[in-house]
Write a protein that binds this ligand. Structure first.
Ligand SMILES: Nc1ncnc2c1ncn2[C@@H]1O[C@H](COP(=O)(O)OP(=O)(O)O)[C@@H](O)[C@H]1O
Ligand SMILES: [Mg+2]
Length: 362
């Protein structure tokens, strides 16, 4: 699958990577907006392979239930015998992106025994320095970082990790650090974290705007259908799925052998059913949200009241919805929160259309 557009975001990220590391970057946006696709495009086709060594960790694909699981994701073991420096030299010669930090087998075992992050970070730093000595700039990228958001090891692992990332960027200017996440509550937590004030920056990778979405349809219909879609069909697709790359792609792929309207109605009905079920069980589930040491029950009528705000507009100021209610709706992937702009919006146009259809009588 060829990559489409995102020139602006790509240029900006390449520009950041060209400077000396100074901040941790958080790349965030709604689910399936194309964050992972963008970062992979940058790794594979954007970066000058002679200049950079990328360590890319995708936590989404990995089951992480304990500290050891996370540590194992970070490293790629090799048999004892060679010196780490030699391994690094041979590795970085022609492989621009690596899926683990090279470590001798026995060293990893030692590190895992200790159950503290100190030795882990010390080892990683030594590898990064070796890479710098070879004249290359290391980059660490962690995709879906929120997966370790609640993990504990002498306090929260995430704080130790943030501290370490601050030392790599702001203090030592040794390594670029990019963290990706679709979890907007996690991003909000990070955004409000005093320890990170002035030490990190945020890049929003959102669903496409209308103009770009229509161009994406042209791009895909040429690639997949080998024909041009008429304007009315593109407008119809946009009215159902908006600018979400994954949904647009799905529609075009499905319409190779199905009627376009059928595909779109099927998708919308699916979304309506999900939302309907979600609302139906609220009275029975009596979900609770914990804020500080308070436990708050989420009431169905408050959820409906909140969702009704979206009947007229796609974006709503977060002040208009009580905190526990929006936390619950974001947790359930119905809403997306942009902590920088302080707005809430449906996770997708499909969800938005489902809200409008379902709450019409309310
Ligand atoms: N710029 C793009 N060009 C082509 N396809 C894209 C693009 N952005 C996203 N996609 C498609 O949308 C899907 C979801 O994107 P992904 O990067 O996984 O979203 P995210 O990481 O934001 O949840 C991808 O599998 C890819 O098929
Ligand atoms: Mg992703």
């Amino acid at each position: 699958m060829k990559f489409f557009n995102r020139e602006k975001e790509m240029e900006y990220i390449l520009h950041i990577l060209n400077r000396e590391p100074d901040d941790i970057y958080f790349i965030y946006g709604p689910i399936n907006s194309g964050k992972t696709a963008l970062i992979n495009e940058i790794i594979n086709n954007g970066l000058n392979k002679d200049k950079y060594v990328v360590f890319y960790f995708d936590l989404r694909e990995i089951f992480i239930s304990k500290y050891d699981d996370f540590i194992e994701v970070l490293f790629e073991e090799y048999e004892y015998g060679k010196k780490p420096t030699e391994v690094i030299k041979s590795l970085i010669k022609d492989i621009p992106s690596l899926y683990g930090i090279p470590i001798p087998k026995n060293t990893l075992e030692e590190i895992l025994k200790k159950k503290t992050t100190k030795n882990v970070f010390r080892y990683i730093t030594s590898v990064l320095i070796d890479i710098k000595k070879e004249g290359k700039q290391p980059i660490i990228i962690i995709d879906e970082l929120q997966k370790i958001g609640d993990m504990k090891i002498n306090g929260f692992l995430i704080y130790e990790l943030f501290n370490y990332f601050v030392s790599l960027t702001k203090h030592k200017h040794l390594c670029h650090v990019l963290c990706l996440s679709s979890d907007s509550l996690f991003i909000e937590r990070v955004y409000n974290e005093a320890m990170l004030y002035g030490r990190c920056k945020y890049i929003l990778v959102d669903d496409f705007d209308k103009e770009t979405a229509l161009k994406f349809m042209d791009f895909l219909s040429k690639e997949i259908l080998n024909k041009k879609l008429p304007n009315n069909e593109k407008e119809l697709i946009y009215s159902y799925v908006g600018g979400k790359p994954k949904d647009i792609k799905y529609v075009i792929e499905e319409s190779t052998f199905k009627d376009l309207r059928e595909v779109l109605d099927f998708m919308l009905n699916d979304e309506i059913s999900k939302l309907d079920m979600f609302l139906e069980v609220l009275d029975y589930l009596k979900p609770k949200i914990e804020i500080g040491n308070k436990v708050i029950e989420i009431k169905k009528e408050d959820v409906i009241k909140a969702l009704k705000l979206f009947k007229e507009s796609y974006e709503v100021n977060k002040k208009e919805i009580p905190v526990p209610v929006y936390i619950y709706l974001v947790k359930r992937n119905i809403l997306f929160l942009n902590p920088q702009k302080r707005i809430l919006k449906p996770q997708s146009f499909l969800v938005w259309n489902a809200i409008k259809k379902l709450l019409n009588g309310h």
